[in-house]
Design a binder for this molecule. Structure first.
Ligand code: TXA
Ligand code: MG
Length: 314
């Protein structure tokens, strides 16, 4: 098993595999996805098995564009229409009520479906060639770091994928923003590359589920998630980071101090790739200084906090 460069020929082969119920990993503008035909429950089951993903964690369904959502949804609120017009194809996932055509295991038994149209030429070409919606979580074993290269996918899932399409490193580097549109106001379930500020410009006030609810707002949002194997610790300030590095080094540990830099976009693009690399560096600890509490850094703060969390529950 290896990965193949995405070309018209390998994309056609991947589309054929998807239509026959197999798993294909492919690049998107955020991270690599592990795809299956979203209308084939047996194929979708293979995703859960390959990732070791809990059955209660629903999948995102990928479509070429807004025209392809109709068969999948029971209703498409005006807010969804406006947001799709503004941000699709792009890293915004919309949660709406599902149609009966969508197999139960795609939505983990729930009545809502998460949908997005990815903005990556390989993902778009694959969706068009396959002619079916593609259910795809990030192409990594459950709970681990998301893959931003074909090599990361191979290292995490290996033989469990039927074909890995290599489209180079993902430009965005962080998973999509997930927004719930089933209530009266839009609710942020997972921060991502499209910021709350950008969404509010289109549809007004957005509720932040993570701030208002004690319980899990989204079935997949476990406290501990997106983690490197090496223990990761967040420091509130650069001084605290320096103090921690000193403390651990004095205790004889090999410590990596990870700097995010000043630009949230370039920090997102390289975050997972650098954590994957640090994971192979034989460190005992990774220390990161958390970025400022501003909108532009929200998704990175979220991922780092989850990577550092010790609890897998609730
Ligand atoms: O950027 C991305 O979104 C990538 C690429 C491949 O598109 N996909 C991705 O999928 O990150 P995954 O499975 O790693 O994360 C999907 C998230 C989970 O937190 C899941 O709980 C949530 O979306 N989700 C899926 N369906 C949902 C639903 N019906 N209601 C609420 N949350 C849902
Ligand atoms: Mg994931």
């Amino acid at each position: 098993m290896n990965f193949v460069e995405a070309t018209p020929e390998t994309i056609a082969r991947a589309a054929e595999l998807l239509r026959s119920g197999r798993l294909v990993a492919f690049p998107t503008e955020t991270v690599y996805g592990l795809g299956a035909n979203a209308l084939d429950p047996a194929a979708v089951e293979r995703i859960y098995a390959a990732k070791g993903r809990p059955a209660k964690n629903p999948l995102i369904v990928h479509v070429a564009g807004s025209a392809e959502v109709l068969a999948l949804i029971a209703e498409w609120p005006e807010m969804a229409q406006k947001l799709a017009a503004a941000f699709w194809p792009g890293p915004l996932t919309l949660v709406v009520r599902k149609s009966s055509l969508v197999p139960e295991n795609v939505t983990a038994g729930g009545s809502t479906i998460a949908i997005r149209s990815p903005n990556h030429p390989v993902a778009q070409a694959l969706l068009k060639a396959a002619g079916v919606p593609i259910a795809a979580p990030s192409a990594n074993c459950s709970g681990q770091l998301s893959p931003t290269t074909a090599k990361h996918v191979l290292e995490s899932l290996g033989e469990r994928v039927d074909l890995i399409l290599d489209g180079g490193p993902c430009p965005g580097g962080l998973e999509s923003t997930v927004l719930d549109l089933t209530g009266s106001a839009p609710r942020l379930l997972r921060p991502g590359l499209i910021t709350v500020t950008q969404i509010e410009e289109i549809v007004g006030r957005v509720e932040i589920a993570m701030e208002t609810e004690g319980a899990l707002p989204s079935p997949g949002l476990l406290a501990k998630h997106y983690s490197p194997r090496t223990a990761l610790e967040c420091a509130a300030t650069a001084e605290e980071a320096g103090f921690l590095v000193n403390l651990y080094e004095t205790a004889g540990l090999k410590v990596a101090k990870y700097e995010l830099g000043n630009d949230p976009f370039s920090a997102s693009a390289k975050l997972y790739a650098e954590l994957h690399a640090l994971d192979r560096g034989g460190f005992d600890r990774i220390i990161v200084t958390l970025p400022p509490e501003t909108e532009a850094w929200r998704a990175i703060r979220d991922r780092l906090t989850r990577a550092a969390a010790e609890e897998e529950s609730p």
